[in-house]
Design a protein around this ligand. Structure first.
Ligand SMILES: Cc1cc2nc3c(=O)[nH]c(=O)nc-3n(C[C@H](O)[C@H](O)[C@H](O)COP(=O)(O)OP(=O)(O)OC[C@H]3O[C@@H](n4cnc5c(N)ncnc54)[C@H](O)[C@@H]3O)c2cc1C
Length: 466
């Protein structure tokens, strides 16, 4: 079918203005926060579950692939229309539909930004806990599809622990309900299976999320170290002492310098690393928890621990941490964000080895990451216009993932596999494992039209990596 006919049919269903197919507009949809690019054939702005269903029926009838897109902040090429086709722009489905305080659930459309949901719930005294650092621009649909984490996920778990149900449209246009407002739907946990499926099972058009009361109080600390090793040792020491802070984040010197240059948050420029540690809970308990953590940090080599005096100081610390990727983007033409996990106790070793990879490939690799989760984000700085540098970066990135696996970790903590890490899947899955997983994909999407060509290497590629 020609593109013109496809566009005509789509316009008939969603209206003239909601389909774009001009070259200049399509260029805007050919990339996301990763490094690959591919232009879609058309972009459709959708407004309801029924509309998504009608659009997907057209795509299915003509064998055209589709890719849902939220904020486009994913770092693994998840929204790149690898096989062409239609991008579904979800951003206008952005309403909070229901807050059920009795059930501790909220029903949300997938195009709502994570931060907006928090801002809508806070005046009611509630919160939704997963909080990716990208929360200003990342949508609930994207969070669900990537099973996103965030600073709070150390204590509270990632997206999958906070999604109770959803409405999904499959690639043939069928509308399906998974889970719901009530706890524990019998049968297989298809909600859990869908979370983290990176758009390859279908399009989520409504999410039922778990909400909780806002914590009565929080205390935020900045622990400052002259040695990365000491800082990373403290992370396990805090947990081993039986404490579970709400967040345990780490930034190294290169990141601190970039953040200070860009945001001036008052971080010390002469240290090797800082930990941002936050405790939350009942006010009566906070002082005791804070004192214990300050003591532990000092026992493990912190040269100073600052406790935020008020909300303004706390906000400044978080502006620095949440703005760190953006700040680093100002000091380099491009960077690759690696996203591997390791057992927390191996942090001192893995950070040393990451630095060695940087030396080997002559690349700068600053680190800013969710230390409590052992979820690393080495940022490999380079210039995308230099093909030789890009090749070195890709090799260094793969070596870091291999390192994570060797140390008992895995190749993605929260950014998904997308296009970026398909080649790394053989580090953790055998060809048989991959075939088994592809059977699940086929159960949801037998025609292979839902975000095809992502996550798993093609079958023939699987056999040569055996
Ligand atoms: C500065 C920065 C900081 C970040 N920090 C974190 C962090 O702390 N934790 C973390 O986990 N991630 C982080 N990320 C990665 C990214 O923000 C998350 O993966 C986020 O959840 C993606 O949301 P999005 O709306 O941008 O999704 P998109 O990038 O638009 O899409 C991501 C994937 O989800 C699919 N998708 C989107 N909407 C739907 C839908 N409605 N139904 C089905 N599939 C859908 C897409 O097809 C794609 O495969 C960060 C990214 C940046 C740029």
């Amino acid at each position: 079918m020609s593109n013109k006919v496809l566009v005509q049919e789509l316009r008939r269903v969603v209206g003239e203005a909601n389909v774009i197919d001009s070259d200049v507009h399509l260029q805007l949809y050919q990339y996301d926060a990763y490094l690959e690019e591919r232009r879609p054939d058309a972009v459709v702005f959708v407004h309801s579950t029924e509309e998504v269903s009608r659009v997907l029926k057209i795509c299915h009838a003509h064998g055209v692939p589709s890719v849902p897109r939220g904020g486009g902040t994913n770092l693994s090429g998840g929204t790149i229309p690898f096989k062409g086709g239609v991008v579904l722009e979800m951003i206008r489905m952005n309403r909070l539909l229901e807050v059920d305080k009795g059930s501790l659930r909220a029903r949300v459309q997938p195009g709502m930004f994570n931060l907006e949901l928090g801002q809508a719930l806070a005046p009611l005294g509630y919160q939704y806990l997963p909080d990716p650092a990208s929360q200003k621009a990342a949508t609930l649909g994207g969070n669900v599809a990537e099973n996103s984490g965030g600073p709070h996920c150390f204590k509270y778990g990632v997206t999958t622990n906070h999604v109770a149900g959803m409405t999904v449209v499959l690639s043939d246009g069928e509308i399906v309900e998974l889970g719901g407002m009530a706890p524990d739907t019998p049968g297989y946990d298809l909600t859990g299976v869908f979370v983290g499926s990176e758009g390859t099972f279908g399009v989520c058009t409504e999410v039922v999320v778990r909400i909780v009361r806002l914590a009565e109080g929080v205390k935020t600390m900045l622990a400052i170290y002259d040695s990365i090793e000491k800082g990373s040792e403290t992370v396990s020491a805090i947990v081993a002492a039986g404490m579970v802070p709400a967040t345990l984040e780490m930034m190294d010197q290169l990141v601190i310098h970039a953040v200070e240059k860009s945001l001036a948050c008052g971080l010390p420029l002469d240290c090797a690393t800082v930990l941002i540690i936050e405790v939350d809970g009942l006010k009566d308990d906070l002082e005791e928890q804070t004192e214990a953590i300050v003591r532990l940090c000092k026992e493990h080599g912190a040269r100073e621990v600052r406790v935020a005096k008020d909300e303004a100081e706390r906000a400044l610390l978080w502006a620095g941490r949440r703005g760190a990727f953006g700040a680093v983007a100002r000091i380099t033409p491009s960077y690759l964000v690696c996203d591997g996990t390791v057992p927390r106790t191996t942090l001192p070793l893995v950070l040393k080895k990451v630095a060695e990879v940087g030396e080997k490939y002559d690349l700068k690799i600053p680190n800013v990451f969710h230390a409590g989760d052992g979820n690393l984000h080495p940022l490999i700085l380079f210039d995308w216009r230099d093909a030789e540098q890009k090749a070195r970066v890709m090799k260094a990135g793969m070596e870091i993932l291999e390192l994570c696996v060797q140390l008992g970790g895995t190749i993605s903590g929260e950014h998904g596999v997308g296009l970026e890490k398909m080649d790394a899947m053989h580090l953790i899955l055998s060809p048989d494992d991959i075939q088994a997983q592809l059977k699940v994909k086929r159960a949801f999407d037998p025609a292979d039209l839902a975000n095809p060509g992502k996550i798993f290497p093609a079958v023939q590629e699987v056999s040569h990596v055996q």
